[in-house]
Design a protein around this ligand. Structure first.
Ligand SMILES: [Mn+2]
Length: 319
C-alpha cells in the first residue's frame, strides 16, 4: 500500500467523513482538523465526526465549523478516513459510521494497528499521525495555510511531548519548522498543551502524585486514581492527559502505569516506558495496544487486581 493510493482515492472522492478515537488527544484532533480543512480547500464535501468530548485546552484549534456530533452526522459520504486509531473499538459510538462507509481509509502510526481499512497506511516510525497527514496534504496539492499549520503543529507537539520523546526525528522537526515559518506560535501552543492546567486539574495532579508507589527495586511506578478521587476533584477523564508522565519521570523508573477507574467501573491502564521495555506487548497481553513506549488497555476487575496482574507482566520484561 502506497500513500499515493490513499491520496488518489481522496482526490476522486466527493464526500468524506473524518473520524478519530474516543478520549481524543492532540494528534487525533489536530490530524482530523488538518485533513478536514485541506479537503474543504479542495472543494470536497467534508465533515469531521465528533464521537467524544474535546478537552478544553484544544478549543483553539481551527476547523470547528466542520465538526458534527456523531449521532447527528448526516453521513452519506463515500469515504471515511479513520485517523490515529489502532483498532475500530477505539471509535466508540463512531463505529456506526465505520459500518456504513463505502471505503474506509486507515491512516495511523500505532504499531499495534489491526489494518481494519480498505486502504491502510500505518507508519510506526511517524511520531504522530499528523506527520502522515502532512504528506497527504502535500501530495493532494493543497497549500498549507496558517489554520492547517496550527492543526498539524499541535498534533505533532502533543504526540512528541513538544519534541522530547525519542519518536521525534529530523522529519518531525522539519515539518514543525515549516509550520513555524507559516506563522504558528510554537511557544504558546507547547505551553498551552503541557504547562497549563486548571485549579481542579492541579489538585487532581496532587492526588495522583500522592498515590504513586514503586515496585521492582524502583523500576516500576504505579499511579492510581479512583472514581471517587476524580469526582472529589471535579475532574473527568479528559483531565488526565499527560498525568502519567509524573510517574515516568521519576529517576530510576523504567515502566510507569496509571490505573484508573472509569465511570462505568471498568479499569483503564495507561503505560509508559523510558528505555527498553516494549509496553505495547504488555498492553497486548491484556487485549490493548499502542506504541512501544506508550500504550494502554482496559480490564474488568478491581483496581487492586488490575495492579497485581499488571505487576506480574511488567516483571517479566526486565532484563
Ligand atoms: Mn497519535
Amino acid at each position: 500500500m502506497m500513500l499515493t493510493d490513499i491520496v488518489k482515492h481522496l482526490i476522486k472522492s466527493d464526500s468524506i467523513g473524518v473520524i478519530s478515537h474516543v478520549v481524543p488527544d492532540g494528534d487525533a484532533l489536530g490530524s482530523s482538523r488538518a485533513l478536514g480543512l485541506a479537503l474543504e480547500k479542495m472543494g470536497k464535501r467534508v465533515i469531521i465526526i465528533k464521537n467524544d468530548q474535546t478537552p478544553q485546552k484544544y478549543n483553539f484549534l481551527p476547523g470547528v465549523h466542520l465538526v458534527v456530533e456523531s449521532d447527528s452526522a448526516p453521513f452519506n459520504a463515500d469515504t471515511l478516513a479513520v485517523l490515529d486509531c489502532g483498532d475500530i473499538e477505539r471509535l466508540g459510538s463512531g463505529i456506526l459510521h465505520f459500518k456504513k462507509a463505502g471505503t474506509v481509509l486507515n491512516i495511523d502510526h500505532h504499531i499495534s494497528n489491526t489494518m481494519f481499512g480498505n486502504l491502510n497506511i500505518v507508519d510506526a516510525n511517524a511520531a504522530a499521525t499528523a506527520e502522515i497527514i502532512y504528506q497527504v496534504i502535500k501530495l493532494m496539492g493543497v497549500t498549507v495555510d496558517l489554520d492547517i499549520a496550527t492543526c498539524l503543529f499541535t498534533a505533532i507537539a502533543a504526540d512528541t511531548g513538544c519534541f522530547r520523546y525519542d519518536s521525534t526525528t529530523s522529519v518531525t522537526h522539519s515539518i514543525a519548522g515549516e509550520m513555524i515559518s507559516i506563522g504558528v506560535k510554537s511557544n504558546s501552543i507547547c505551553n498551552g498543551i503541557f504547562n497549563t492546567r486548571t485549579y481542579q486539574q492541579t489538585k487532581m495532579l496532587g492526588k495522583a502524585i500522592e498515590s504513586i508507589k514503586l515496585f521492582h527495586e524502583g523500576r516500576t511506578a504505579v499511579m492510581s486514581i479512583s472514581k471517587a478521587v476524580m469526582h472529589k476533584a471535579g475532574c473527568g477523564q479528559e483531565d488526565l492527559e499527560g498525568i502519567i508522565e509524573f510517574a515516568r519521570d521519576i529517576k530510576g523508573v523504567e515502566v510507569a502505569a496509571l490505573i484508573r477507574e472509569t465511570e462505568t467501573g471498568d479499569i483503564k491502564v495507561g503505560l509508559r516506558s523510558n528505555e527498553y521495555v516494549d509496553t505495547s506487548a504488555i498492553a497486548a497481553f491484556f487485549s490493548g495496544g499502542g506504541h512501544k513506549k506508550a500504550s494502554g488497555y482496559t480490564v474488568n476487575s478491581s483496581m487492586e487486581d488490575a495492579e497485581f496482574m499488571l505487576l506480574e507482566q511488567i516483571k517479566k520484561k526486565y532484563r
